[in-house]
Structure formats: structure tokens, C-alpha cells
Design a protein around this ligand. Sequence first.
Ligand SMILES: [Zn+2]
Length: 366
Amino acid sequence: MERIRGYRYRAYPNKKQREFFEKTFGCCRFVYNHYLEIRKAAWNDWHDRLSYADMCRDLKLLTREKEWLKEADSIALRQSLRHLEKAYQNFFKKRGNHPQFRKKHALQSYRTANINQNIRIDGDTIRLPKAGKVKIVNTRAFDGRIVSATVSKTASGRYYISLQIEEEYEILPNGGGIIGIDVGIKAFCTDSSGAIIRNPRTLDAHEKRIQRLQKNLARKKEGSKNREKARIKLAREHEKVVDIRNDYQHKITAKLAKDNQIVCIEDLNVDGLKKNHRLAKSIVDASWGEFCRKLEYKVAEHGGITVRVPRNYPSSQICSFCGEKNPEVKNLALRNWTCPVCGAEHDRDINAARNILNKGLEMLAS
Ligand SMILES: [Zn+2]
């Protein structure tokens, strides 16, 4: 079997390379936003849909007109058009919102493709088009073909290069279990066997630190050096939280994939839930979408199946023993309840996980 997997390395570009990256980030953002604007206008004015090929043709003309675009990695500019195209396809297929303009202060990144071995890893360097050899910390070895590279700069000013590698792999065994998982509000998630997986405790301490650093930043004078220092400190702390969460998710998903043949999860509409302010923090924190993505590919690596149960399925209101719907459970404060029909005693989250499993198995059977 073949798969594409990302390998991320911390990078230490020199001054010239940093300037080049900065330029390419900017040019990619410009190209993305430029064609987003054109596509928006084309649709509003003539109900016309521009294709990827149309944009590529036009980009050639644009590059002639705007000389400074030539200083960037030209493959990366075309990749921006691909990203825009993909965002539009997701929008047309109702899988995503309308593409948004890219802002300067978000995570900065660009992707470039490997054409004729123009991307190579060699010891402690990665060679990139136009940037040359960039110093990296080579922590992970791979055996496969480099498809593309993504250069990114975090808010705290760290650089990373991710290589997308096409590699051969063998399917690993699994323990043959079947399980349903419910995204938690109090806990991170609960499974149908009754196991409760909590959020890592270290996050609390970091979150308190983030609050303190935020207050500290707000006190600093706009445009001052101290403000910039405070901004970087806060960004670092945010990045630490992301790292901790990532490690934790890798650990949990690896175990679930190793133990189970069938894993049923709720296909949450995270965007929809974010609008509900009371739930917002916990849902975003739990970063369910990212968790499911990791889970799905690991389950596949172990030869298992992931079933996504539709989000509108009322998993917490149905008694997992007799199937009776109990609308009283809509109330989120109700943690434990007894089924009025069959008398089964339920923990809200475990019952929901069991329903997700039942529903998932039903979907698999049909
Ligand atoms: Zn019942």
C-alpha cells in the first residue's frame, strides 16, 4: 500500500533565506487574494466560474505586469491557485464556507512541489527551489519520494519545513474491537465501553499562563519593543498548548486504532457549534476535527474502518438499550438519567457513545 505522510522539521533559515520566505509568503497571499477577488466579481457580475486553468493562464500575464512576483518561488504561486481552487470546490460541494481573504497575521506558509528533484533532503539541510539549502534539525528519517514541501513561520517566529512523502507501508494488525466515541463537553471524549478520556491536565496550567500573558500584553504601549516581546511570549505559550494537545491526540488515537476494527465517531459540525457561545471554548479546545483526522488515518493503517455518524443524529437523547427517545436529555445539565420505558440507568456521555456505535454499525450493515 502507498500513502502520503507529512514529516515536519524545525528550520533555521539564514537572513537571505528568511527574506526570501517573507517575500514568497507575501506573494502567495497576494496571488490568492487577487484571484479570490476576481472570482468573486466574476460570479457576482456575470455568474461566471473561473477554472484553475483560467487562473494559471492569467497568472502568467500578471507576473509580467508585476515584476516583483518573479522574486518568489513560481511553483508556490501556482500552488496558491490550487489551494484557492480546492477551497472553492469544498464550497461548491457544501463542505466548507466561501473562501476568505488571507490575512497577514495568520500563520504564514507556502507550499512548493517537487519537480525534477528540486527538493532534496541531505543530512541537516533541505534544498528548496530558489531558497537553496536550508538548515534543519533532522529528527525524522523517511524512506520514500518527496511530493512537496511546505514552509511555515509561526506567530512566535519559528520556521518549519514539512515534507509530504509518498511511502510504501504494510497494514498493521488490530485487536478486533468495536467502539463508539462521543465528543465530550466535560471530558475530552467518552467511549462506548465506558472509558472517559480527560483533557491533559498540563493544559490548565498553560491556559492560566496564557491569560496572564494576555493581560500583560494589553498593558504594553502600542508599537513598543516591549509589546513585541510580550506578543512573542504569548504566541510561544499558544504554540506550546498546540504541541501538548497534538502529542496527546497522537497517543489516544494510536491506542484506539491498535485496539479496534470498527471505530464510530460523531461527524461534528465544529463551525456550527462555535456559534453557540456557551459551548464554544470546550469544543474548540477539544479540537475534535483534528482528533478525528488523526484517528481516521491511524485506524486505516491498522486495517480498521472509521464510520462517521451524521451530526444531526440525536445521540444523547436516545436510550441505547431500548431505542426510546427522551427529549428531557436535551438539557445539557442532565448528566445521569433513567429511561422511562425500560428503566436503564444512563450516564449521558457513555449512552451517547453507545448510540453512536449502534448507529455506525447500522450504517455499515446497510
Ligand atoms: Zn430504554
